[in-house]
Design a protein around this ligand. Structure first.
Ligand code: DAH
Length: 369
């Protein structure tokens, strides 16, 4: 029995000293494998007298269990050590700045969309959508712009071709939407107040010069509740322009205006400095118009299925491309849509610079452009 104890001590010592999983497995095989020391000892049982055999078998089985347990324990320790070493090896410092992307840039229009969504998202607005190809009810009629309304002629509308076997019916034709305002109606149709949405999207008008392109981008805003007032509109838009231009304060003014779907209507200007070579927002004695807004016309609420005696609200609309030109100093709108990668390399944004109110809107203060 003495040499069995010795054997057990020896194997347990080896187990305790095994430096890695491979060594541990070698020890397991040398003890418990087909030709292992314990297996070999088991084979001698047959040659023993019954009493001795029973006693030895018991001892051997106990020893086997002890060794198996020791192997398992050591394996757990070595597994942990191996995992820790691996984690240590593969450690990633998430605070390191990302490597500059060599290829691919976010278009300034997409960037502005991300920025305005981040700002209004923080204020509790949801993003709403509507179709680019729109019926005239949503694009015009429901917005208090019936057929022959003068504002309708001013919008240089693109009409969608109809089946060629019938004469073109201007009144019935679909249009490519001239404004995102139709999404106000689409939202009212499916949502009960309180409503607080923004609707970014493409819009289309037959127009082309340095500040107009046939396809451009707008952002619509709509808030409807029981006690929404013009004061809310002013506060909301003031907070928006400050956040957007990343300034602590910015002079703003509202001029009376006319839109068929709001009453009263206004245009919002921001204070700026205009020189021959520069336009600086937030300082100086000049004004720059940046958006249209007003209290939602009762006819529009009615067209959207909302009772104007119970609810009221405000709306606003702004040109995203103009904001991009302004914020990032891009002189010609037509260049936005020329798909020139050199232009995009210059004016585009690194893909991983997400816009957020906490992490910065234009990404590292515009450094990564
Ligand atoms: N739809 C207008 C346009 O395309 C912009 C606009 C002005 C939208 C005033 C509004 C608003 O919601 O209240 O010129």
């Amino acid at each position: 029995m003495e040499n069995m104890k010795d054997l057990e001590c020896k194997i347990l010592g080896q187990i305790a000293e095994a430096a890695d999983l491979k060594q541990l497995d070698e020890i397991r095989v040398s003890a418990l494998g087909k030709k292992g020391s314990i297996t070999e000892a088991m084979k001698t049982l047959g040659t023993m007298a019954q009493e001795e055999r029973i006693e030895t078998a018991k001892q051997l089985n106990l020893m086997k269990t002890t060794i198996e347990e020791a192997l398992l324990k050591r394996k757990t320790v070595l597994d942990d050590e191996a995992l820790n070493a691996k984690l240590q090896n593969e450690k990633v410092d998430v605070t390191l700045p990302c490597r500059p992307e060599t290829q691919g840039r976010i278009h300034p229009v997409s960037k502005i969309f991300e920025e305005v969504i981040a700002i209004f998202g923080t204020m509790g607005f949801e993003v709403a959508e509507g179709p680019d190809i729109e019926d005239q009810f949503h694009n015009f009629n429901a917005l208090n712009m019936p057929l022959n309304h003068p504002a309708r002629q001013m919008q240089d509308t693109f009409y969608v071709a109809q089946a060629s076997d019938k004469p073109f019916d201007m009144e019935d034709a679909y249009v490519v939407r001239t404004q995102t305002s139709g999404i106000q109606i689409r939202t009212m149709e499916v949502k009960k107040p309180p409503i607080r949405i923004i609707a970014p999207g493409r819009t289309y008008r037959s127009d082309m010069d340095a500040t107009h392109t046939p396809m451009f981008h707008q952002l619509e805003g709509l808030v409807i509740d029981k006690t929404t007032t013009m004061a809310h509109l002013k506060g909301c838009l003031y907070d928006f322009v400050k956040a957007f231009f990343e300034l602590d304060d910015i002079p703003v003014r509202y001029r009376p205006s006319y839109f068929p779907f709001t009453e009263p209507s206004a245009e919002m200007d921001i204070g700026c400095l205009k020189t021959k070579t520069e336009l600086k927002v937030g300082a100086g004695n000049d004004w720059l118009e940046i958006l249209g807004c007003g209290m939602v016309h009762p006819n529009v609420l009615r067209a959207g299925g909302i009772d104007p005696d119970e609810y009221q609200g405000f709306a606003f609309g702004l040109g995203i491309d103009r904001l991009a030109m302004l914020k990032y100093g891009i002189p010609d709108l037509r260049t936005f849509f020329e798909s020139d990668v050199r232009w995009l390399k210059n004016y585009g944004f690194a893909p991983l610079d997400f816009s957020s109110m906490t992490g910065g809107l234009s990404g590292n203060g515009g450094q990564t452009r």
